[in-house]
Design a protein around this ligand. Sequence first.
Ligand code: NAG
Ligand code: NAG
Ligand code: NAG
Length: 657
Amino acid sequence: MGSLKALCNVSLLQLFIVLCLVFQCFATRRHADLRTTLVVDASDATGRPIPETLFGIFFEEINHAGAGGLWAELVSNRGFEAGGPNTPSNIDPWTIIGNESSIIVETDRTSCFDRNKVALRLEVLCDSEGDNICPNEGVGVYNPGFWGMNIEQGKKYKVIFYVRSTESLNLTVSLIGTNGVGNLASSTITGTAADFSSWTKVETLLVAKATDHNSRLQLTTNTKGVIWLDQVSAMPQDTYKGHGFRTELFEMLSALKPKFIRFPGGCFVEGEWLRNAFRWKATVGPWEERPGHFGDVWMYWTDDGLGYFEFLQLAEDLGAIPIWVFNNGVSHNDEVDTSAVLPLVQEALDGIEFARGDPTSKWGSLRAAMGHPEPFDLRYVAVGNEDCGKPKYRGNYLKFYHAIRTAYPDIQIISNCDGSSRALDHPADMYDYHVYTNANDMFSRANTFDRTSRNGPKAFVSEYAVTGKDAGTGSLLAALAEAGFLIGLEKNSDVIEMVSYAPLFVNANDRRWIPDAIVFDSYQMYGTPSYWVQKLFVESSGATFLPSTLNTTSSNQLIASAISWKDSTENKNYIRIKVVNFGRGTETIDISIDGFPVGQQFGCTKTVLTSDNVMDENSFAQPTKVVPQTSSAVNVESKIQAILSPFSVTSFDFLIL
Ligand SMILES: *[C@@H]1O[C@H](CO)[C@@H](O)[C@H](O)[C@H]1NC(C)=O
Ligand SMILES: *[C@@H]1O[C@H](CO)[C@@H](O)[C@H](O)[C@H]1NC(C)=O
Ligand SMILES: *[C@@H]1O[C@H](CO)[C@@H](O)[C@H](O)[C@H]1NC(C)=O
């Protein structure tokens, strides 16, 4: 900005003279020398196939990504178990309606569900008649969901709960607007004491009369007696395929065309302590029977509605291969000795059987009972997360590796230890590579894999992101550095099998980790620039990598790659060239594509991700401030000159005509 201001202060004539002098100084030959050129070799002989699986996603239960996020359940702590199995129950965020003269609310362990014994006991002291008349609105409890429930006019919500009562029951279930104002929908459940003397499942469908993004679910009565509640659920009926995924969030994932999905963590798999790690068996079967657990790394409770089955279903719905990461007996603070790890190995084998075993097998039959007799397409498992340096990891890993290799020879096994050198004492099919760093370092890591051994197991770049000051809560700068890094990974995709950004999601009300690819709250969402960068790479999986030569003496840092890919639905062939200008100057680039006959015509679409300020971000107020902008030209030839904006990534799609 400073130099532009200075320029404005000189008169136009002065400026003209200055500019003339500048051009005089640089003879035409010199000028040509300074040109930046990119030559792409598109002749058939030189291309190299990029792995089909290259770009995917990594879903971790962090930042309320699942509970209060992609998983559409509106009720938080639906079983009143949030305190954990051995501690006095914490009913948070449930809130009492009424006061001690009208209602006493506590928990006890009288639930009909063996794995989650805590139930909510409401002792109603007031009545619709007599000395102690209940307040007009009744007494009971409400659940605000995850920072407010998004209730939309005309939409249907299925409320299910379990109830028991000492007296005749007259319980009103309602969806109430912001701050308890406005009845959006309600239904009253009535019956005699005999009807509800034992635990009874109640289902009611509520249709919203109005929209409120900050609603609550309320259960109230004005009848004296004792009522127990347990496993209270409110599900929108318009989830993706009815599978429980919040539709718009699902669609943002789907737009990334992920070829795989790694889940459910991350550190979430490890736990600060093993007792709080994700254990798949506690997350399958009927949702009412799941105990839920406290994720002590990201510090929140999850009812595990999004359990192992639902993750596999999510993968299938996305057309992505599931990559299941399981705990290998290592948490952040405690470890299982290798001599005692066999029960965990069996748990992993059982988990594989659950995913893909015959419907008549022990665990395959549970999957079938859950509505999926066909096996899920589980082909990859990862043993632990970021545990390579832990004392018990290598020993434990080998127990898992050999047991899985024997039982399921086709399953690819991913290690946390860099296996690129193919160590004999540490066999693996792939190894994790994670990087969180500043923007300059990320950009320079485009070359990291240039020198990796070409013979060992392939790398799975399963977590990467620019973090810290450069990233803010999701800056253009971070995204451009990542774009440069990804171009380097494309170039090295002979030794890199898979790549995924992390974290995928953040609920804006619980930013445990920033930045993230997708930001949401109860009803709104947007992609950060890092999300949009990933979209520029969606056609790379399974495409052909084309060698290209970037020749530049520019002070801008530049990196480029080229692929050819086929849009099989439209039967069209494209060459996509991506160039990152990681510098503050505008860059002119001459692009030529070799390997076509003279006169070959192309349609050309240019997609640019940039912004006025490199620290610009998107937000709920401006969700599309930094998003790709597309422009098209018709009938260009194989040589074009293009302008690259300062701090930008540009994708040129040449449609071969
Ligand atoms: C790169 O550009 C320089 C200066 O124009 C030129 O001398 C050199 O031959 C070019 N290199 C390639 C590989 O094209
Ligand atoms: C309880 O609430 C009622 C109104 O519903 C009020 O009249 C009463 O004073 C309150 N009692 C206490 C102890 O706060
Ligand atoms: C339930 O309670 C409401 C509000 O007090 C009352 O209008 C209704 O008649 C009651 N229903 C039954 C079946 O008792």
